[in-house]
Design a protein around this ligand. Structure first.
Ligand code: ANZ
Ligand code: ZN
Length: 868
């Protein structure tokens, strides 16, 4: 017969689905809702194979639950604000919006060519005023609810991109995009008070049982709860300061006997006061500021200290004092901005102690170590053990010592204040969202010299980005705009200034999933509708968003709850993080990366060699790496769709490895997927031929063979459903292969009525089972099978539970007490029949050597004993 032609059939079905509005979802549909969402793309210009994998998975889930009778919401949009558009605008001398919307158009066409079951009527781009006006409304509500503050803060300043960066956007002291060395600046910034939710965000992680444990752990660490002690150290009298004590924060008060110094942050008020009269210290502080305060920078930077000359009394060793240092690794916005250093058990403290010759006193003894000989070299001992060298704490575990010392300091005073107070701290800081960029959501506030900072009245929303902007000067085009920022104060009518900062683009993606539930509403959400759809049943995306995007979304959902926009706290019930798409890498003789389309590979036996397609020059085959432009090992989805069709690309993406692992894209793999497509097509066509046959000579096994086949069919339906629900797509695919094999094997001539019916049933069911993965092929099969309607609307096949029961047993055969063979028979088969079959087994015949056995005992469904 004819080959299946995806190039013809795929666009045809896409149009039919479009015309039939097959994937448009109604909010008032009475069926049980199911919301599946893939992380929406940044409109960079073209989709890549990572998108193909991500959306193939989401589409399987969406199509499956539709077939299960759920009202499925499967929307798509664009995370469309951000720096690349501004950079492109500068390069091409166009408006960022022009570039962005062109990209959206191109990428949308690409996504459509994949045949995704998306409700495109809900599409939006976060850069459109129709979206961001609601984000501005949310901002105003959150401001009024006390969830937003404006404060001065040290920021990481990227001197090339001319913007503030979040700590996590600073990598090795450099801007994540520009690579420029990041500087410190003091700016007034808007902050979302995410730290108010730290405990709730932490505790609720336990309820997210459908999230990968790895992601929950990353979030736990990011929130970084620590229980510790605020502890006062009494200062010795000095003419350098009037201060009488220093308060430190410690999570290891059990190590107090090992203290060898007290450390201050370069930004600690006492440091500032001392530096006023100490040029050396002032210079040291300035040096620290040049290096930045991003946590990551600090962790890698060399530990530096400055001896202030002050000394504190040792809080537990009578008559001893400790020096006070200023140290570069102490942050001002964590704890109290001051620490006590215990070099034996903290690496940073140890580095500092080695550098400045401070004492290193071990006070935690590893289990089984000898107290007389235990020493700390250049690595601090941070693990478990028992306290020693520590007076009244000796012999205690770390936890018991913490409790005892907390009680001890809780009962003492310094300066009339309690010396030690238990305190919980979080590493999570408030989320600074001010960005000095044009292409983002304007922060809807107005600064008036008389009235202060006031929100834009909601009736004046959206605060639109001006269209007429220029990017000839570095920095914020909004700020440079001649008129935009000059407005009248909405309160007093006097002249006032618009806020020119825009919001971090992470804000845009923190609530888009809620907007999808009512994307045309004139409020951010329609709560009754949002509450019906949310939380998202299944969210799928890359693990690179495991921390920030997910944490911000969790915060935002809580903030939207507090302001009455939704009634839930957690946005994503199920989360799945998919692996990456990898490919072999290729290099020319001169060491340049070469794209897979520019080479030919020849294989002789196990060795593969590559040559340049044009010149024939040898190419070396390198390691398998994540697809990236820099290594040129990318494969373009458009080319794959044009060559093999979307179904083949989807099938391969799902088939080759577990979805959470990386998948290696190979030519051989894609060709295998393409061949499978043709096999299914042949099977379906041959099954139609068989259905037409008349059965003159019917095989005697017709009924039992048909039954065996139907068992396989029903088990597949059941098993594939379970695998899709468990997101084990590769296993679902494997089961479809098996079912296809079984059906192909069953084809033949002179089949009886029962078998022909079983094959017909199997092929029809296979078509439905295949439709979430290869939707276009399935529609074509459905059509030639003469079924009514679209397979996209077909119900998932029912399973006959009787056909799932395992009704065969394998009995061991013992001969003279020794296990020699086994036999598989139908459950409950009569003893006489089992006996007869056992005696005809080759192994048994051989052992009996022609003699008749003395006795045969069959224990039904358990064992066969033969005595000779
Ligand atoms: C004494 C000590 C002894 C400490 C020891 C650790 C080990 P986590 O657990 O991550 O919360 N610390 C406190 N405030 C700091 C700041 N502002 N900047 C830098 N470091 C600070 O870390 C808490 C520990 O980090 C605290 O416990 C303190 O050092 C240090 F063997 O106190 B520790
Ligand atoms: Zn005013």
């Amino acid at each position: 017969g004819e080959r299946y032609n995806p190039r013809e059939s795929e666009p045809k079905w896409q149009k039919i689905w479009d015309d039939a509005k097959s994937f448009v979802t109604a909010n008032d549909d009475p069926r049980e809702p199911y919301y599946v969402l893939e992380m929406f793309p940044y409109p960079s210009g073209r989709i890549h194979m990572g998108h193909v994998r991500n959306y193939s998975m989401g589409d399987v889930v969406a199509r499956y639950y539709r077939a299960r009778g759920r009202n499925v919401l499967h929307p798509m949009g664009w995370d469309a604000f951000g720096l690349p558009a501004e950079n492109a605008a500068i390069e091409r001398k166009t408006h960022p919006g022009t570039w962005t919307y062109q990209n959206i158009e191109a990428m949308k066409a690409q996504l459509k060519s994949m045949g995704l079951s998306i409700d495109w009527t809900r599409e939006f781009a976060t850069c459109s005023p129709e979206y961001y006006q609601h984000q501005q409304a949310l901002f105003i509500d959150m401001l009024e609810a006390g969830l937003i503050t404006r404060k001065n803060s040290k920021v990481n300043w990227d001197p090339v991109d001319m913007t503030v960066l979040a700590n996590e956007q600073v990598i090795d002291g450099k801007g994540w995009r520009s690579g420029a060395v990041v500087e410190q600046r003091e700016l007034t910034q808007w902050f979302f008070k995410i730290s108010d939710f730290a405990e709730d965000l932490l505790e609720a992680l336990d309820t997210l049982t459908e999230w990968p444990e790895k992601v929950r752990t990353m979030q736990r660490n990011w929130i970084g709860k620590s229980e510790g002690l605020r502890l006062l150290f009494e200062l010795e009298k000095s003419d350098k300061t009037d201060a009488s004590s220093i308060e430190v924060f410690t999570t290891r008060p059990d190590t107090i006997f090992g203290a060898s110094f007290v450390g201050l942050s370069p930004d600690h008020p006492l440091t500032t006061a001392l530096a006023a009269n100490n040029p050396g210290l002032a210079e040291f502080v300035a040096e620290c500021h040049r290096h930045g305060t991003a946590t990551e920078t600090l962790e890698k930077a060399e530990k530096q200290g400055f001896d202030t000359g002050l000394r504190v009394k040792h809080p537990v060793i009578e008559g001893q004092t400790l020096p006070v240092y200023v140290a570069n690794f102490i942050l001002m916005d964590y704890g109290t901005g001051a620490i006590f250093g215990c070099p034996a058990h903290d690496q940073r403290d140890l580095d500092l102690a080695r550098k400045y010759g401070l004492s290193v006193i071990p006070v935690v003894l590893p289990h089984g170590a000898d107290p007389a000989t235990f020493e700390v070299g250049n690595e601090a001992y941070v693990d478990a053990g028992n306290i020693f060298n520590s007076g009244f704490l000796d012999g205690l575990s770390i936890d018991d010592a913490k409790k005892k010392i907390a009680k001890h300091f809780g009962a003492r005073t310094v300066d009339g204040k309690v010396q030690g107070k238990v305190e919980v701290n979080y590493r999570l800081r408030d989320w600074g969202i001010s960005r000095q960029r044009y292409w983002g959501c304007p922060i809807p506030v107005i600064h008036c010299e008389v009235c202060g900072t006031i929100p834009v009245p909601k009736k004046d929303l959206p605060v639109r980005l001006p269209e007429d902007v220029t990017f000839d000067k570095p920095g914020n085009a909004l700020d440079h705009h001649p008129t935009w920022k000059h407005v009248h104060c909405p309160q007093c009518g006097g002249s006032a200034r618009r806020e020119t900062d825009t919001m971090d683009t992470f804000v845009d993606s923190s609530w888009y999933f809620a907007r999808f539930t009512a994307p045309q509403a004139d409020t951010p959400t329609i709560p009754s509708i949002a509450n019906r759809w949310l939380p998202v049943d299944q969210y799928i995306g890359g693990v690179e968003h495991a921390i920030l995007h997910l944490l911000y979304s969790r915060f935002f959902t809580r903030a939207m709850k507090a302001t009455g926009h939704v009634d839930i706290s957690e946005p994503f019930k199920g989360l799945f993080t998919q692996g990456m798409v990898t490919h072999e890498t290729y290099k020319s003789q001169s060491g340049e990366w070469v794209n897979p389309t520019e080479i030919v590979i020849e294989a002789t036996g196990d060795t593969r060699t590559a040559r340049d397609l044009k010149t024939g020059a040898p190419i070396s085959i390198g390691s398998v790496e994540k697809m990236s432009k820099s290594k040129k090992n990318v494969v373009d989805p458009d080319e794959i769709v044009a060559t093999y069709g979307a179904d083949t690309a989807r099938w391969f993406m799902l088939s080759d490895s577990p979805p959470e692992r990386d998948v290696q894209w190979t030519e051989a793999g894609v060709e295998g997927a393409s061949r499978f497509q043709q096999r299914v097509w042949r099977l379906v066509n041959e099954s139609i031929e068989i259905a037409k046959q008349s059965a003159d000579t019917v095989s005697t096994n017709d009924a039992s063979d048909a039954l065996a086949l139907r068992r396989i069919i029903h088990r597949s339906v059941h098993g594939i459903a379970g695998d899709i629900e468990g997101l084990r797509f590769n296993r679902a695919v494997a089961q479809i292969y098996e079912l296809t094999n079984a059906l192909t094997k069953a084809l033949g001539s002179n089949l009886g009525q029962a078998q022909r019916a079983a094959i017909a049933e199997g092929v029809e069911k296979l078509t439905i089972l295949l439709s979430p993965m290869m939707p276009h092929l399935s529609e074509t099969c459905w059509e030639v099978l003469g079924k009514t309607g679209l397979v996209a609307d077909a119900r998932w096949p029912d399973v006959d539970p009787a056909l799932l029961v395992d009704d065969e047993v394998t009995l061991p055969i013992q001969i003279n007490g020794k296990r020699r063979a086994e036999i598989t028979v139908a459950k409950g088969l009569a003893s006489a029949e089992v006996e007869q079959r056992v005696l005809s087994l080759d192994e048994v015949v051989r052992i009996l050597e022609g003699k008749a056995p003395k006795k045969i005992v069959v224990v039904q469904d358990r064992i066969v004993n033969v005595v000779v």
